[in-house]
Design a protein around this ligand. Structure first.
Ligand SMILES: [Zn+2]
Length: 550
């Protein structure tokens, strides 16, 4: 055995072959915990699941192979491969032994632990795992004689292998998307289990966080003041901004959908539906900070938005009292300096929960009293859970299950396209009810309490339901299909509200199919409420051209 191994080592081994071998080794032996978790997430180890599991493994091998090929140069390949093997085997051991995941906090623990504490973690098992899975293959690589492809041909060959591997991985990803997307979306911990990418990501995050200068939030619109429409008024105003979740425009019958998904909104007098609106991003974490920031989609970045105040701050400067009510996963930083209520937990004050799930209707709890009791002009943001997938059927109470049969599994492979769409359409039907009830609440407040009320609704992004074999959302914006970027938007105003601000409904009605986007929201809310500030760009204010001069 030793003799043949020595013989093998004596021979030159081609770099592409070695690279592929390391990729296969890392993807399989270095990721046992990842694969057991993935298999469970994908519905267990059954013959029917083998193509999915095999395909997923091939995607990761190909991805690793592409990355490693970029390092397969003389003097670079050996140290990189050795470092990766040792890192991956160590990470694997801790993941398996302690059930931990490798994230930024874990890297921080490792770096900031003293040596005595670290010593307690070293065990025979650890030495065995790191020895077998890390040091042993590493020592072979250290001794191997590697034949690297030379010159320009070598460069072309590497580019071909890396590009080909990525392309093939992408193709497999597209083919397996229906099964992969829900498993990965529902089991985010998988991201932190895949070694060595988890360790690299976590180190990167840790070091960036350590060296980053603390974020200083620059003020915005400190000059904001209520304009002429407020002079001599005694009636208070309440403006509700509903931030939808994963609602796509095309499934609203108000936008021409073949099914009646808006039976209640269709009967709401005075509702203005904007039918041609684009989102800023294809994920909540992009769209929500973007839409409330002064930045347009083209210039938006997470760090820019985080280091400057946004719409809610400007409204606060102008004297409004702002409240964010959340039935989602928080406000992504945009409500950091205003009041916040969490209505997403069953042990909280929502009041419309079933098991672990809290419905959006709970966002309206106590709203009439809140409006009546307040002495301020209010801006209330309601952040829906809306149509968040993949478990669409969990998003609405039983009574709203009008379209049947529904997919009630997170596993899209167990569901037909029609049953997925049925469950999704029921979420839109429930949103129809929720928005209509919001309007009813605001209309009643206008009539009974003499406040001027309005509601602006828009969704954060859309959703793919199997078109082009895509599911869920989050596609890179450049390639994202209309399903993910076309969002519903609508406005309702009490009669007093539109009169007071001189808003010409007919003018707005004439503009309802104009191309609009999240970029318009920041400026339009300020325009709607007649807030004077230098940060308001009238060109992006939807109401600018539809407001009668006062
Ligand atoms: Zn979202």
């Amino acid at each position: 055995m030793d003799v043949s191994l020595d013989k093998l080592l004596a021979r030159r081994i081609s770099a592409p072959f070695l690279t592929l071998a390391v990729a296969v080794f890392l993807a399989t032996a270095g990721n046992i915990k990842f694969w057991t978790t993935f298999t469970a997430a994908a519905g267990g180890l059954t013959p029917g699941r083998l193509p999915l599991l095999g395909g997923a493994m091939l995607i990761i091998v190909l991805f690793f192979n592409a990355c490693l090929t970029l390092a397969s140069f003389r003097f670079v390949a050996k140290p990189v491969f050795i470092l990766l093997l040792v890192t991956a085997s160590t990470a694997s051991y801790f993941i398996a032994a302690y059930g931990i995941v490798i994230d930024r906090a874990m890297v921080q623990n490792v770096f900031e632990t003293d040596m005595r504490e670290a010593g307690e973690l070293v065990s025979w098992n650890m030495l065995l795992t790191v020895g077998l899975l890390g040091l042993l293959p590493a020592s072979w690589i250290a001794r191997a004689r590697i034949a690297y492809p030379q010159g320009r041909r070598g460069l072309v060959q590497r580019a071909g292998i890396a590009g080909g591997s990525l392309l093939l991985a992408l193709l497999l990803l597209v083919l397996l998307f229906k099964s992969l997307a829900p498993a990965v979306r529902e089991h985010r911990e998988l991201r932190f289990l895949l070694t060595p990418t988890n360790t690299i990501q976590a180190m990167n995050g840790y070091l960036r966080g350590k060296w980053a200068t603390p974020v200083v939030v620059a003020p915005l619109g400190r000059d904001a003041m209520k304009g002429k429409a407020w002079a001599g008024q005694t009636r208070r105003t309440v403006t509700v901004i509903v931030v939808g979740e994963t609602a796509r425009a095309m499934n609203f019958s108000l936008n021409g959908y073949r099914r009646q998904t808006n039976p209640l909104l269709a009967r709401q007098p005075g509702l203005i539906n904007f039918s041609n609106v684009r989102s800023c991003g294809t994920a909540t974490a992009v769209s929500v900070p973007c839409v409330f920031s002064a930045f347009g989609r083209e210039e938006y970045s997470a760090s820019k938005a985080a280091s400057q105040e946004g719409l809610l701050d400007v409204l606060d400067h102008a004297g409004f009292k702002v409240l964010w009510r959340d039935n989602n996963s928080g406000c992504k930083g945009v409500c950091a300096r205003v009041a916040f209520e969490d209505l997403s937990r069953p042990d909280g004050p929502n009041g419309f929960c079933a098991g672990e799930e809290c419905y959006d209707e709970g966002l309206l709890g106590g709203l009439p009293e809140l409006i009546r009791r307040s002495e301020h002009d209010l801006v209330i943001v309601l952040h829906q859970k809306g149509s968040h997938g993949p478990a669409y059927a969990k998003r609405y109470p039983h009574d709203f299950g009008r379209f049947n049969p529904v997919c009630d599994s997170n596993d899209f492979d167990k569901c037909t396209a029609a049953s997925i769409a049925n469950a999704y359409d029921n979420t839109i039907l429930y949103t129809d009810y929720f928005l209509s009830k919001t309007i009813d609440t605001l209309r009643a407040a206008a009539e009974q309490d003499g406040v001027d009320t309005a509601m602006l609704y828009f969704s954060d992004h859309g959703e793919s339901l199997g078109e082009n074999n895509l599911y869920l959302h989050g596609a890179p914006y450049m390639f994202a299909p209309d399903e993910q970027t076309r969002v519903p938007m609508m406005l309702w105003m009490s009669d007093h509200f539109s009169e007071r601000f001189g808003i010409d409904r007919n003018c707005l009605m004439a503009r309802r199919s104009e191309a609009l986007s999240h970029d318009n929201v920041f400026h339009s809310v300020l325009g709607l409420l007649d807030v004077n500030t230098a940060v308001l760009n009238p060109k992006l204010d939807l109401f600018h051209a539809c407001t009668r001069g006062m």
